[in-house]
Write a protein that binds this ligand. Structure first.
Ligand SMILES: Cc1ncc(COP(=O)(O)O)c(C=O)c1O
Length: 360
């Protein structure tokens, strides 16, 4: 019998009938987009679920990051960010005409090392854009203190962070603006989608204008806007999936712990140090060297299992986009890290096969 392929992730999906029921309403009203009733419901119910005052939904996390940068008005400034991230973090900075300036990561938490931020601050620095890598919170207090001392804004790339609480509140309540992704691979998905969060009412209103071409009250153009709107169809998928968020989070945590317990038997492997709280949305494992990683990956591929080298390579090495500046920890981590399959429908016997490939 042909073996089925096991990929690094699969979307968490509500039963099709539940999505279809919501879709019916769209077909009946003919309202497909433009801040329709389902988008408004998705924003309200999701904000309530996360425990945040507001959510500005948008087409994807990348545009959400761009809208955040534009809302804060950084024309051409330098934005301090991390090299251990998905390229979208850098795309958003470059597309807003700003310059990414890299600060290396802490080798244990994989998030931006605050001790290295101040040496990168110049007259042109306008903001810090750290990433809560794999849902693991950054050193928020240290970053906040540096930002305040230097009058900088903080935009958190929280694209991995749905469901994470830090010190008793949603991770999305931190920073001037936080941005998440509702991409199909994320714990809550709208197929493609993003969410932007801020506690500042003026910024929230500006984000909504920027998302809608810069219109105020559908009349005058008051901002240099874009089309960042989520559609009713995407909101329907998100609303249906929202009901299963708690189950998805609990399942990830349980499976994460199984991997962690089993793989800890091999002392050459290391794991991300969790800073307080995490949503266990990924299972990254770090091998002692790249050769060991490649061997384990080849063994899994033979068994039709496809983990993903994520993030690889370190984004400071994409010299078509940015001038190369060495980032020792990020480059080292990127060369040795592998994200194992982790998703709601992943069977435990398949997890055992993955564990065996690595341990043997
Ligand atoms: C760290 C990080 N930032 C930004 C993004 C972009 O999100 P989206 O795919 O929704 O545009 C991603 C996507 O996976 C990501 O991993």
């Amino acid at each position: 019998m042909e073996q089925k392929n096991i990929y690094v992730t699969q979307p968490t999906l509500a039963p099709l009938e539940e999505v279809a029921e919501l879709m019916k309403g769209i077909w009946e009203t003919g309202i497909m987009t433009h801040n329709g009733p389902l988008v408004q419901r998705f924003e309200k119910e999701t904000a309530e679920k996360f425990g945040v005052p507001n959510l500005v939904s948008c087409v994807n996390g990348t545009i959400g990051l761009q809208m955040a940068i534009r809302t804060l008005n950084f024309k051409g400034g330098e934005i301090i960010t991390t090299p251990f991230t998905f390229i979208a973090t850098i795309n958003s900075i470059l597309w807003e005409g700003c310059t990414p300036v890299f600060v290396d990561v802490d080798p244990e938490t994989y998030t931006m090392d605050p001790k290295k931020i101040e040496e990168k601050i110049t007259y042109h620095t306008v903001a810090i854009m750290p990433v809560h890598v794999f849902g693991n919170c950054c050193d928020i207090e240290a970053i906040d203190a540096i930002a305040k001392a230097h009058n900088l804004r903080v935009i958190y790339d929280a694209c991995h962070s749905v469901g994470v609480n830090y010190k008793g509140q949603s991770i999305f309540n931190y920073g001037d603006i936080s941005v998440t992704s509702f991409h199909a691979t994320k714990i809550l998905n709208t197929t493609e989608g993003g969410g932007v969060f801020t506690l500042n009412k003026e910024l929230d209103e500006k984000l909504r204008r920027i998302r809608f071409f810069g219109f105020e009250n559908h009349a005058d153009i008051v901002e240099d806007g874009t089309n960042g709107k989520m559609t009713e169809v995407h909101a329907a998928v998100g609303l249906a999936n929202l009901k299963y968020l708690d189950a998805a989070l609990a399942d990830r945590e349980r499976k994460y712990k199984i991997y962690r317990d089993e793989l800890s038997k091999d002392s050459s492997l290391s794991f991300q140090k969790i800073n307080g709280c995490c949503n266990y949305s990924y299972f990254p494992v770090v091998f002692k060297d790249e050769e060991s990683l490649l061997k384990a990956q080849a063994k899994m591929n033979e068994e039709h299992i496809f983990p993903r080298r994520y993030f690889y390579p370190s984004v400071n090495t994409f010299t078509k986009l940015v001038p190369y500046v060495p980032m020792l920890h990020s480059e080292d981590l990127a060369s040795r890290i592998l994200c194992l399959p982790l998703y709601y429908t992943l069977a435990e016997n398949d997890m055992q096969r993955i564990i065996d490939c690595i341990l043997k």
